[in-house]
Ligand binder design. Structure first.
Ligand code: ADP
Length: 436
């Protein structure tokens, strides 16, 4: 009996020992597997590291390519703007100097084509600036209903030419004064309105604006441009906001345009924390809409009104034009001469400083990009210890960003004008400063 018990005990022990041995084997096997997984993990993480490095390199190359593309576009656009400025300016001038009847049509075509080309160049420049993240939004206080009414009034001429009924429906619940980038809002709505009129052979276009929700300090405002035009095919809707895309191949031939307007509109609205939406039915029309949160502002202090006197008032006014580009000089001189001013030209910043020192000018028109020095520094010299002149200085610049404007004012300049300038604006500013 005892023998049997001992025998069972031994057998049980042997089973336990076998199980323990098997367990040890299993653990060894698991350790081997873990080691293998670890090895694979290290290998994969090294591979990922290499892939990341390659991606970073590719990204860097892509960024550099984008940067040089943007720089190229920006340089080209600036280079093209200067001769265009001359073409538009001179055709404008010739139209004002009693052309023969047969010349009027040609001059109008020249002016119209120049303006179209300029808007294309501006679009390309603008788009590349937005893509490069170089667009700064400004903050201006403006009268919203007045701005919208004036905007629609500007497009009435074009709408009437096409016999399209254009109307503004402004909800009385809109705040009067708001703050925001009025120029960029103008650009967005202008793109939508000009498209709506362009793609509506007959019927109507409506700009509808209303407050969707009011808060103590801001209002959520819905802007909507609706037309009864040709509409957009459903498969084209997702792509019309891409750059250089048009809904059909014959759009440029039939309606003109470049396919950049909506791409710019979309990106500008993204900068304003908004997004553009569209609903459209082919053959029935389209509605483009977006919502903006706009801070409510108080009425700004009354601005000094620029006098609107006759051109005779500029006669004898002594102007110093500091500009190096020959075409710009010809265009500006054409206008300045026709208003009877006495123009003196300085072609470098140094020359400008010396001339403003020795001559008593009524106003200085100062280009900000001069061959020897930057216009901002020229203004500082004129205002500074060297001359201490009080002569009004108007900056002429192709890039009127908030920072350029702030630098110009900080350097003591009185005003600025974007190139290519509107002759009437230049005339109004000179009338104001020359009479002081
Ligand atoms: P563009 O008008 O210069 O061609 P956009 O980027 O402004 O370029 O518009 C892209 C395309 O979207 C247009 O070519 C047109 O096919 C379509 N589109 C835009 N607005 C409208 C509209 N109101 N009605 C019909 N189609 C439109």
């Amino acid at each position: 009996m005892l023998d049997f018990k001992v025998q069972r005990y031994i057998e049980e022990k042997e089973v336990i020992i076998r199980m323990l041995e098997e367990n040890v084997e299993e653990q060894k096997e698991q350790k081997r597997e873990i080691a293998e997984v670890n090895r694979l993990l290290v290998q994969r993480s090294n591979e990922i590291k290499v892939q990341n490095e390659q991606l970073e390199k590719a990204n860097h190359i892509a960024q550099e390519a984008l940067q040089s593309k943007n720089e190229f576009l920006s340089t080209m656009s600036h280079e093209i703007r200067t001769p265009l400025n001359a073409i538009i300016g001179i055709s404008f001038h010739l139209l004002e100097t009693n052309p023969k009847p047969e010349q009027i049509q040609h001059l109008n075509i020249l002016k119209f084509s120049g303006e179209n080309l300029l808007s294309l160049v501006n679009d390309i420049l603008d788009y590349s600036k937005i893509e490069a993240g170089k667009v700064e939004l400004e903050n201006n206080v403006f009268n919203l209903p007045e701005f919208l009414t004036q905007l629609v009034a500007m497009y009435q001429v074009r709408a009437k030419e096409k016999q399209v009924k254009l109307q503004a429906k402004l909800n009385p619940n809109l705040p009067i004064y708001v703050s925001g980038d009025v120029n960029r809002l103008n650009q967005v709505l202008s793109n939508l309105l000009s498209n709506a009129i362009k793609f509506t052979p007959q019927g109507s276009v409506t700009l509808e604006v209303s407050t969707f929700e009011s808060f103590s300090d801001h209002a959520r405002i819905v802007f909507q441009v609706q037309d009864s035009g040709i509409g957009i095919a459903p498969d084209k809707i997702p792509v019309i906001f891409d750059s250089f895309v048009q809904a059909s191949n014959d759009t440029t031939r039939k309606f003109g345009g470049t396919g950049l307007g909506l791409a710019i509109t979309k990106r500008l609205l993204e900068l304003m924390n908004s997004s553009i939406e569209v609903q459209s039915t082919l053959g029935q029309g389209s509605t483009f809409y977006f919502t903006l949160d706009m801070p409510i502002a108080t009425a700004p202090a009354e601005k000094v009104q620029h006098h609107k006197n006759s051109t005779a008032d500029l006669r004898g006014c002594k102007i110093l034009l500091v500009e190096d580009n020959e075409l710009n000089i010809i265009v500006a001189k054409n206008f300045l001469d026709s208003w009877g001013t006495q123009v003196h030209v300085a072609r470098t910043g140094t020359e400008g400083i010396h001339m403003s020192d020795s001559n008593l000018f009524d106003a200085v028109l100062l280009d900000l990009q001069l061959p020897d020095m930057n216009g901002i520094d020229v203004a500082k010299y004129i205002r500074g210890a060297i001359t201490n002149a009080k002569t009004p200085i108007i900056a002429l610049t192709a890039t009127v960003t908030a920072s350029v404007r702030a630098d110009a004012f900080a350097a003591g300049m009185n005003d600025y004008l974007a190139k290519p300038f509107n002759p009437n604006d230049l005339q109004q500013k000179l009338l104001y400063y020359c009479q002081q």
